[in-house]
Design a protein around this ligand. Structure first.
Ligand SMILES: O=C(O)c1ccccc1N[C@@H]1O[C@H](COP(=O)(O)O)[C@@H](O)[C@H]1O
Length: 191
């Protein structure tokens, strides 16, 4: 079964929808974004989340100290990191039993210690690549970038990911849309 991560949840209403739909992962964006949350909000949101849904924190070029503040606060099970990895980040995450989703531009950027690999040029803008492609990586791949109900089946058939990650594709007018969240979660779980 392909798993699904619904990203960019930032309100208690979004968390209630996730509890109803039950994706495998949710993402909280700590990077600058219209969906950005701070650590205090993340604590409140994760308290209400079904504990069987894993939480990924999304960071862009953040320092190890910034990432580890949320990790040691026990709000995250995974970290999704954009940018050059700080030298000691993976070891510190693994010490805390937190997994790393490394977001890369090419296969050669992949750190062998990363737990998942993602090729995402969209960063929450709903932009799909001109062509989906299979990547030569040993880690499980997370498919991301402009995924919607219209393209998810084709994209999964080409990329063969372990997980599909969606933000804009489960929104209407910039708000998380329960019907889209449900439809995409059900569809991805059947693939
Ligand atoms: O969602 C954001 O605002 C965001 C900001 C900065 C970095 C990453 C972000 N989101 C991630 O981008 C993917 C793809 O987004 P979309 O589905 O194309 O809208 C999303 O799933 C998040 O993991």
């Amino acid at each position: 079964m392909v798993k699904i991560k619904l990203c960019g949840l930032h309100t208690t209403a979004d968390i209630a929808k996730a509890n109803q739909v039950h994706p495998d992962f949710v993402g909280l964006v700590f990077a600058p974004s219209q969906r950005q949350v701070d650590l205090k909000t993340a604590r409140i949101l994760t308290q209400d989340l079904d504990p069987t849904i894993a939480v990924a924190g999304v960071y862009v070029n953040a320092s190890t100290e910034t990432v580890m503040a949320a990790v040691t606060d026990r709000v995250l099970q995974l970290v999704q990191y954009y940018g050059a990895l700080p030298a000691n980040l993976i070891a510190q995450l693994h010490e805390q039993h937190v997994q790393l989703i490394q977001v890369v531009q090419t296969e050669t950027d992949v750190d062998p210690e990363a737990d998942y690999v993602m090729f995402d040029a969209s960063r929450g803008r709903g932009q799909a690549p001109a062509q989906f492609q299979k990547h030569a990586v040993t880690q499980p791949e997370i498919l991301s970038g402009g995924i919607t109900l219209a393209n998810v089946q084709t994209a999964v058939a080409i990329v063969k990911p372990a997980v599909v990650d969606i933000s804009s594709g489960v929104e209407t007018d910039s708000h998380k849309d329960l019907a889209k969240m449900q439809a995409l979660t059900d569809l991805v779980h059947r693939l």
